[in-house]
Every structure is written in C-alpha cells, then in structure tokens.
Design a protein around this ligand. Structure first.
Ligand code: DC
Length: 221
C-alpha cells in the first residue's frame, strides 16, 4: 500500500509521515530531502542553482538513498546538513527544474516497488503515485507554519527572526504553488486536513484512523 502526504513547508508533514510509518510498520520516503540533497551537492560544488542544465546533470549523477529515516548522498548521511535555511532556499530553486524533477520522480517510483510505504512531499499524490490507495494533503496557515519552523530551527541552535521565517515561507510557497511543472496542490482524491489548530498527535491520530479505514475497505473489496 502507498500512503502519500503532500503539503506546504511547516504543515507538519514530516512529523506526521514519520509517526504514521512507525505506527503502521511501513517504510518512509522524505522526498523533500532528495531535493535538498541535490541542492547540497550543487552548493558544495559552486554550481549555480538557477543553471538548469548543470543542476539537472548533477542530479542525474547522484546516488540518493535512505537508511531508515536518514537520507544518504553517495553513502554519506547528510540528514542534519540539509536542514539549514540556505539549503531550504536552494532546494526550492532546484525543484523548479523539469529535468531534476523527472530524475527525482524516477528514483522515487523505483524505491516503492513491492513495499508498503508512506511518502511525503509536494507532488506525491498528484504526479508520482496518482494510483496511491490513500492520499493526504496537510495544510496550516503561513503564520502557524512560521512559528513551527522557527521553533524547529531554534532547537537546532539556529536563531532566525519570525518575520524573516514568515517571509521565507511565503516566498517558498509562492514558488512551489506557481511553478510550471508539478505545482503544489491537493490531488482530487486527497483527504485535506488543516493542522493549524491540531497537535502533532492529533494530526497523526486522524491520519492513522483514515489509513486503517482504507486498509479495511481494500480488504473488503
Ligand atoms: O519538504 P521540504 O521543505 O524538505 O522540501 C524542500 C523543497 O523541495 C521545497 O521547496 C519543495 C521541494 N519539493 C518538491 O518540489 N517536491 C517534492 N516532492 C518534495 C519537495
């Protein structure tokens, strides 16, 4: 079974997707971490992230994998390194290039063969796994997401003013929702949940209830 969770930055997708995979005993793919890995590699080599051809060429050369919930780039664990604001910014830029997206989609589709999986991103229910059995779209107001992001960064010792975080979230949202290829949007058959007023456990409980219902429906059909 494939469960897709899409939504904007800071909606609580990652926490929910990780928790859900754990509760269900499913594997988990953080597809945002894959775009971050491409960005990380480009920045490390001084490749201009707006240079479509060079970034696409680099994306095709990389070996991106997962070890549990960690992301590996050519075998090296880069999970912590890809969480900085500069990588967030660069990832949002590299994710606009059609060739990069095609390569990431190819890799994502290859990863799920014959495995039960929770996969999280922006285009999982719409483009990558349109036939997924259970799809979610998680949203929250930009203000709530900015506060969450700020707390997350602070926990890692990175201090960023709230206004700056809010502005970055608005810019990334705009880029993600208006890009020409695979813009962020809920799939027609996705269950849309607003997490603004919910705790992380509240979101997770709702997801789990829907997936268990979905599993029962599949068994009954
Ligand atoms: O979820 P995240 O913040 O780690 O994602 C990093 C960037 O990658 C973000 O700007 C959106 C982009 N992304 C995407 O375009 N498609 C995905 N499936 C996942 C992430």
């Amino acid at each position: 079974m494939i469960v897709t969770i899409d939504g904007p930055a800071g909606s609580g997708k990652s926490t929910a997707a990780r928790g859900l995979a754990q509760r269900l005993g499913f594997d988990y793919i953080d597809t945002g971490a894959m775009y971050r890995a491409v960005a990380h590699s480009c920045l490390a080599s001084d490749i201009d992230t707006t240079d479509r051809a060079s970034v696409t060429e680099r994306a095709a050369e990389l070996r991106i994998g997962f070890d549990g919930q960690d992301v590996l780039l050519d075998g090296v664990n880069i999970s912590a390194a890809v969480r900085s604001p500069s990588i967030s910014e660069a990832a949002s830029r590299v994710a606009q290039h059609p060739g990069v997206r095609a390569e990431m989609v190819r890799q994502q589709q290859a990863m799920v063969r014959e495995r039960d999986m929770v996969t999280e991103g922006r285009d999982q229910g719409t483009e990558v796994f349109p036939d997924a059995e259970c799809k979610f779209f998680l949203e929250a107001s930009a203000e709530v997401r900015a506060v969450r992001r700020q707390e997350e960064l602070l926990a890692r010792g990175v201090e960023v003013p709230l206004e700056e975080t809010l502005e970055q979230i608005r810019q990334r949202d705009h880029r993600d929702r208006t890009r020409e290829i695979s813009p962020l949007r809920p799939a027609d058959d996705a269950i849309v949940i607003d997490s603004s007023e919910l705790t992380a456990d509240g979101v997770l409980d709702r997801f789990e209830a829907h997936v268990r219902q979905c599993l029962e429906d599949l068994r009954g059909s």
